[in-house]
Structures are given as structure tokens and as C-alpha cells.
Design a protein. Structure first.
Length: 262
């Protein structure tokens, strides 16, 4: 008897459904160190009740659950949005001058320029930054009274103990105004939503290290995040873990596995 021993490898693709439940094109998820399929059955059992020891008379399967776990180390914005249950959006910088942006500040604190309800994460790529008191006086000196991260648009107030003069008393606050120019930049941002997990089709294309290749296709899956993401770690690569539940479509099977044509 020929034995089919398999050491598996392959690529995982996800095909997001549109609002009408139609496929939109398969997206390669990237490097996936793990792809595991599980099948679980639930049953109703009938035990005898007339004797001193109950014996199993019937065991009828009533439910089957098929799902897979995907471990993905390609932490791009699309995969991260799926894990965080959010949407990606393109954010364009204003590319203009801002005058007298008001901030109430404390010493030894950081303040994000350009932050507001229309742009919660603030401005990026700023230049020509000047800081004054409320009303335009006095003028403060960069490096003595404050520092600024131009790329991220973050202002730091130097405390009096380190030579700063914006806030004289560490227990008080000061009103300042900031002028700057925001660059014409663009970036991709993820904003969380309350839509819940996403739906689509899932395909696994085998490229086994050993054994016959068999490709898997799930016609309808609910893709949801599973576990935690090590946002900060010195010795662990970031890994996104998803659990995809295979669901039966209106027609056809929930899961297909194809051997290769001969």
C-alpha cells in the first residue's frame, strides 16, 4: 500500500465579499507559518435507563463545525485592518499654513499639532514651527523652551528645571499659540468600526515540502481575529492570528479539497 506522507506548505488567499455577497478578487495574505483546519461534531446521545449502569444506545450527530486557524506574519495595513476590525483610509495632509493654533500646555508633556475632530491623529511633516504666548507674545525659543518632531508633528514643552520658560510653575498651565506649515503628504490609516468580522471565500494553494499537493477552497467563511498581537516585543516577530469559520452557502458545499490534475 502506498503511503501518502505530507509535510505541508502553501499560500493562503482571502476573497472579500462586497455588500451583495459577491467575490471581489483573491488577495494573498502573505507569509503564513501556520494554517490548521479543525472539524468538530456535536451529538445527542441516548442512554439506557432501566439497568444499574446506563449504556449508550444511540449517538446521533446533530452539528458539524469546520474552521481553520491562520497565523500570518505579513503585517500590512489590509491584514492589520482585518485583525483590528477596521477600515483602511487614505489621509492627505493639508499642505498649507496654520496660524495661532491654540494649546494649553504643561511642562514635560507632548502635544500633537493639527489634532481635532476632523483629524484625530493630527498633522504630519510640519515645518516653519514657531511658538508664542497667547496673543502672539512672548516668543519662545526652540531647543530652550520646546522641541518639535517635524515628521510626526509633536511638540514637547521643556520644563523650567531644564531651562524652559513657557510654564514657570510646574503645578500650573500656560496658553500658547503655534504657527506651522503642514506638508502635502498622504498616509494610510486604519479606523476601527463596529461592523464585526468580515466575510469572504478562502483558498489554500498547496506547495508541499513532501507529499501530494491538495488545494482547499472554502466558499464562505467568517474571518475574525483570534488572540493577541505583540505590538511591542524585542524577540518576537509580530504575528496576526485569524480564525475562519467555514459556512455553508446557499448552493454547493462549504469546503472543497482538490487534488492536482494528472
Amino acid at each position: 500500500m502506498e503511503q501518502d506522507i505530507v509535510l505541508g506548505a502553501g499560500k493562503v488567499f482571502f476573497d472579500l465579499f462586497d455588500a451583495n455577497g459577491a467575490i471581489t478578487g483573491e488577495r494573498y495574505l502573505g507569509d503564513t507559518p501556520g494554517f490548521r483546519v479543525s472539524v468538530n461534531n456535536e451529538s445527542v446521545q441516548k442512554w439506557s435507563s432501566d439497568g444499574p449502569t446506563a449504556e449508550l444506545m444511540e449517538d446521533v450527530a446533530t452539528r458539524v463545525t469546520r474552521e481553520c486557524v491562520i497565523e500570518c506574519e505579513n503585517v500590512n495595513m489590509d491584514n492589520l485592518a482585518a485583525f483590528l476590525q477596521g477600515d483602511t483610509e487614505d489621509v492627505a495632509g493639508g499642505g498649507g499654513s496654520v496660524t495661532a493654533e491654540a494649546h494649553t500646555v504643561q511642562p514635560d508633556r507632548y502635544y500633537q499639532l493639527g489634532q481635532g475632530s476632523g483629524n484625530p491623529t493630527g498633522a504630519r511633516d510640519v515645518s516653519a514651527v514657531t511658538v508664542t504666548g497667547s496673543g502672539g507674545t512672548p516668543s519662545y525659543t526652540e531647543g530652550t523652551d520646546y522641541t518639535v518632531d517635524l515628521a510626526l508633528g509633536r511638540l514637547y514643552i521643556i520644563p523650567e528645571a531644564d531651562g524652559g520658560t513657557i510654564v514657570q510653575d510646574p503645578a500650573t498651565e500656560a496658553d500658547i499659540e503655534v504657527d506651522y506649515t503642514e506638508g502635502s503628504t498622504s498616509r494610510t490609516r486604519i479606523a476601527s468600526n463596529d461592523d464585526g468580522p468580515i466575510f469572504g471565500a478562502l483558498r489554500y494553494v498547496a506547495d508541499n515540502t513532501r507529499g501530494k499537493n491538495r488545494d482547499l477552497y472554502a466558499t464562505k467563511v467568517q474571518l475574525r481575529p483570534d488572540g493577541e498581537l505583540a505590538w511591542k516585543s524585542r524577540d518576537t516577530w509580530q504575528r496576526l492570528t485569524f480564525r475562519a469559520q467555514f459556512q455553508k452557502p446557499d448552493t454547493g458545499a462549504a469546503l472543497y479539497v482538490d487534488g492536482r490534475a494528472v
